[in-house]
Design a protein around this ligand. Structure first.
Ligand SMILES: NC(=O)c1ccc[n+]([C@@H]2O[C@H](COP(=O)([O-])OP(=O)(O)OC[C@H]3O[C@@H](n4cnc5c(N)ncnc54)[C@H](OP(=O)(O)O)[C@@H]3O)[C@@H](O)[C@H]2O)c1
Length: 250
């Protein structure tokens, strides 16, 4: 069973590829979806596309640039007031910035630190802001990472370090907040077909196509897993790092 009708779910990165599909499937299931992107224009565009797909969708705009101090906290508070509750946060925002995917020697200490602070820091701040609201009824937090945080991958030392941190944070937090009825997970893709990020690395992805025995996943394969984890049938599952990679790594 998927997320429940009427649940309020914040999907960060809903203006992006994977987040959009999660937001769309959540709206199809009858959830109230807070649609996040880094700025108002991208959020408005995502909302327009969501309405074209799910006419009756209940959507709330939630723009926030995570590089700005206080932006995450303000977004969560505004949403909690507007919706009156918060049941799930699916953090699908942020991909690699300049200088973070590539040989280690090209990642300056500044770019390394900046990326780690943005990826890990935004997840930590989001959890901190959302937890009091999620604890009211018992809710779910899902972070997004990448298999580079789990398996050694070429040219991914910076991304791998940041996502390894996200995974470890999620597992430790899951243990701590389980008594508040809050579940915490991480979804860890590798290459996700039908996304701009994938197109950017299409040359390297050639071998990934061959190695993924089940075929590489698309956002349509990822969204149902995220929404299942937010639903009642996943009520006793927490602290899991779930790779969705078509058999690329195991
Ligand atoms: N696609 C893949 O192949 C792949 C593989 C492994 C892991 N992942 C992970 O899966 C997640 C989603 O990936 P995706 O491919 O769907 O990403 P995407 O299409 O690039 O979307 C990224 C999202 O993050 C938002 N964002 C970027 N910078 C931000 C900032 N400073 N503050 C707030 N939001 C910001 C973007 O908002 P705007 O568009 O409004 O700027 C957009 O909604 C990411 O964590 C990614 O690392 C993806």
């Amino acid at each position: 069973m998927t997320i429940s009708r009427g649940d309020v779910v914040l999907v960060t990165g809903a203006s992006g590829a994977i987040g959009f599909e999660i937001a769309a499937q959540a709206a199809e299931a009858g959830a109230v979806v807070a649609v996040h992107g880094s700025h108002a224009k991208s959020v408005a565009k995502a909302i327009e596309r969501l309405r074209a797909r799910v006419a009756e969708a209940q959507l709330i705009a939630a723009p926030a640039d995570f590089r700005e101090e206080g932006a995450i906290e303000a977004m969560v508070e505004k949403l909690a007031v507007a919706a009156g509750r918060l049941d799930a946060v699916i953090h699908c925002g942020i991909t690699g910035g300049a200088g973070v995917a590539g040989p280690f020697a090209t990642a300056t200490p500044a770019s390394f630190g900046e990326h780690a602070a943005l990826v890990l820091g935004s997840f930590q701040r989001l959890c901190f802001a959302a937890l009091p609201h999620l604890a009211v009824r018992g809710g779910t937090i899902i972070g997004f990472a990448s298999d580079a945080g789990k398996f050694a991958s070429p040219r991914q030392s910076v991304i791998g370090a940041a996502f390894g941190g996200v995974m470890s944070f999620a597992r430790n937090l899951a243990l701590e907040v389980s008594r508040q009825g809050v579940r915490v997970h991480c979804i860890s893709p590798s290459f996700v077909a039908d996304t701009p990020a994938f197109e950017k690395h299409a040359a390297r992805a050639g071998t990934a196509f061959d190695r993924a025995g089940l075929g590489l996943p698309t956002p349509k394969d990822i969204a149902p897993v995220a929404l299942f984890l937010c639903g009642p049938d996943a009520a006793k599952i927490t602290g899991q790092i779930i790779s969705i990679n078509g058999g690329l790594n195991a």
